[in-house]
Ligand binder design. Structure first.
Ligand SMILES: NC(=O)c1ccc[n+]([C@@H]2O[C@H](COP(=O)([O-])OP(=O)(O)OC[C@H]3O[C@@H](n4cnc5c(N)ncnc54)[C@H](OP(=O)(O)O)[C@@H]3O)[C@@H](O)[C@H]2O)c1
Length: 250
């Protein structure tokens, strides 16, 4: 009998990544989970033995990403689906613009996804099969106030996924981009402002699994938040700036 499909998820020690690992495991997948906190990963894996396996990793370390991909392939087999989901830092105060901090967020969110792609893509191209998904955000549709490094990193991830989707067409490697609206996770726990149309991490994971299994390019949810942000995306600057300032109370 063929082995169940194998997924690798980064940023899986909490929030959306952990919920997606549980969701995939409960729907027949084997899942390798990565993040920096080894204890949180071990705890998660203990919930679903023989379904979840921990591979602690800092996604900014390119060599470690490659070594982890090699270890997963050697110990569990070929990765069918890689979800590069590790991410930090939505909130940003322009009064304390720190270039190192801005670059660090880009290095984790965008750079971490690039390191992950570099680690799995050659083997997928050689096999002519595989799927790669990047967790971006609806915050990447436009530059949002109070979120400059976050919006910039997520916009970069969306553009990266679009280009790779086109470049990989016909290769057997599928590309997806995941754009959640607000989700209740440790990332949003400290948020001061309102979170319109917020959903749970479990609901987000269900959306993501359905989208991934259907091999959709864009997996964006919840619908009302996506509609709102996509509408703002189409507006000319004068109208966008005026509306978003009013909405953000600035
Ligand atoms: N929550 C939302 O409203 C929302 C909306 C849109 C998009 N997203 C995106 O969804 C993804 C997951 O976020 P979340 O909301 O679930 O927040 P979260 O619970 O804080 O999850 C972030 C994950 O990234 C991991 N991580 C951070 N830095 C890392 C690094 N250098 N190397 C490896 N792993 C690292 C964290 O684990 P360790 O600390 O153990 O490393 C954690 O597992 C992020 O990309 C986020 O931008 C979230």
């Amino acid at each position: 009998m063929a082995e169940p499909r194998l997924a690798w998820i980064t940023g899986a020690s909490s929030g959306i990544g952990a919920a997606l690992a549980r969701e995939l495991a409960d729907h027949g997948w084997r899942v390798a989970v990565s993040a920096r906190r080894a204890d949180a990963l071990a705890k998660l894996c203990s919930e679903r033995p023989q379904r979840l396996w921990a591979y602690p990793l800092d996604v900014t370390d390119r060599a470690a990403c490659a070594a982890t991909a090699d270890a997963i392939a050697a110990e569990l087999g070929a990765v069918d689906l890689a979800v590069f989901n590790a991410g930090i830092g939505a909130e940003f105060d322009v009064q304390h613009f720190d270039a190192d901090e801005v670059n660090r967020r880009m290095a984790v969110n965008y750079g971490g996804a690039v390191n992950g792609i570099g680690a799995v893509l050659p083997a997928m191209q050689q096999r002519g099969a595989g799927q790669i998904a990047l967790t971006a955000s609806v915050a990447g549709y436009r530059g949002l106030p109070g979120a400059a490094p976050y919006s910039a990193s997520k916009a970069a991830m969306i553009a990266l996924a679009e280009s790779l989707y086109l470049d990989l067409a016909g290769s057997g490697v599928d590309m997806s981009v995941i754009c959640p609206g607000y989700v209740t996770t440790p990332l949003t726990a400290a948020r001061q402002g309102s979170m319109p149309f917020v959903i749970s991490a479990e609901a987000a994971a269900e959306h993501i699994r359905h989208g991934l299994e259907a091999k959709r390019f864009e997996i964006a949810f919840p619908r009302r938040m996506v509609w709102l942000l996509k509408t703002l995306q189409r507006l000319p600057y004068a109208l966008y700036f005026s509306l978003i300032r009013r909405a953000a109370g600035r």
